[in-house]
Write a protein that binds this ligand. Structure first.
Ligand SMILES: [Zn+2]
Length: 280
């Protein structure tokens, strides 16, 4: 190939642009991306309770429920998301149950999430409510349930999770401190943290299944946009949105993602989001 002076300049410009920005020591890649996103309108899309192959890959559940492919949608929209998975689904013992109920091997679906550049975080192993589990088995059991999930996630993706979302957001300060002492950031809806670091509940789980009487009116689409508009009025332009791996949510997001992009939002993984939001 003949390298002309113009092409040479272009190559230099490209190489320079590809260099990571100077970042504080320890923040690494997420920090580099955070530098580029600081102060920007950002959304971290997160999904709880998976992996569910029929929703992720767009197949059919054991009950015959069809879904569009969530991973396909995210790819199509160029969005990287964060999945708070239940650890038990990633164990080999779950393969048969996953095939039967969720139309595929959950473990393989998690591998696929990771392969496509999404982040996988901890939603405990068994998804037991912390209050009831502590009452029944003690605090040590809950801490072990979190660790068990991290081990199986790391076995699947090679990466250890750093975020923990308690089932139903049930948590209290003493337990939270113990979890954080083990290296996790605990996700919360509590007003004790700044709005940008609070989970925004889409309430999508009210819009699935047989009883949809609690599904936000006139629609969940309007509900999420209204919530974001309200936060914007308080000067908050960064949001952690919580959805579940449900066919309804894939359909909802196929409209929500383009609308939010039109309003100037960029979608990033939780690590990138937190590095940017904390740095404000
Ligand atoms: Zn959950």
């Amino acid at each position: 190939m003949l390298i002309t002076p113009t092409l040479c300049m272009l190559l230099i410009a490209f190489a320079t642009a590809a260099l990571p920005a100077k970042v504080p020591r320890g923040l690494g890649e997420a920090g580099a991306r955070a530098n580029a996103t600081r102060g920007a309108k950002l959304i971290a899309l997160t999904f709880d309770d998976g992996p569910k192959p029929y929703v992720l890959m767009g197949t059919r559940s054991g009950k015959g429920v069809l879904s569009q492919s969530l991973l396909g949608l995210l790819d199509h929209q160029g969005v990287k998301a964060t999945f708070f998975v239940m650890g038990w689904r990633l164990s080999q013992n779950a393969d048969a149950k996953c095939r039967q109920e969720d139309g595929g091997v959950c473990r393989e679906a998690a591998e696929e999430e990771h392969r496509r550049g999404h982040e996988i975080e901890n939603h405990t192993y068994g998804h037991g409510n912390f209050r009831s589990m502590v009452k029944r088995y003690g605090e040590g059991w809950v801490l072990n349930d979190i660790e068990r999930a991290s081990i199986v996630i790391q076995k699947t993706t090679g990466e250890r999770p750093t975020y923990l979302r308690p089932p139903d957001w049930t948590i209290w300060p003493e337990l939270e401190q113990k979890i954080e002492a083990r290296g996790y950031h605990v996700m919360t809806k509590s007003s004790s943290v700044p709005p940008a670091l609070r989970d925004v509940d889409s309430e999508d789980y009210f819009c699935a299944g047989r009883d949809v009487t609690k599904c936000p009116k006139p629609s969940d689409y309007d509900y999420v946009l209204r919530d974001i508009a309200q936060r914007e009025r308080q000067g908050v332009e960064q949001h952690i949105l919580v959805f579940h791996e449900l066919p309804q949510s894939v359909e909802l997001l196929s409209r929500l993602i383009p609308e939010l992009e039109k309003r100037g939002y960029r979608f990033v993984t939780l690590r990138t989001y937190m590095a940017a939001a904390h740095g404000q």
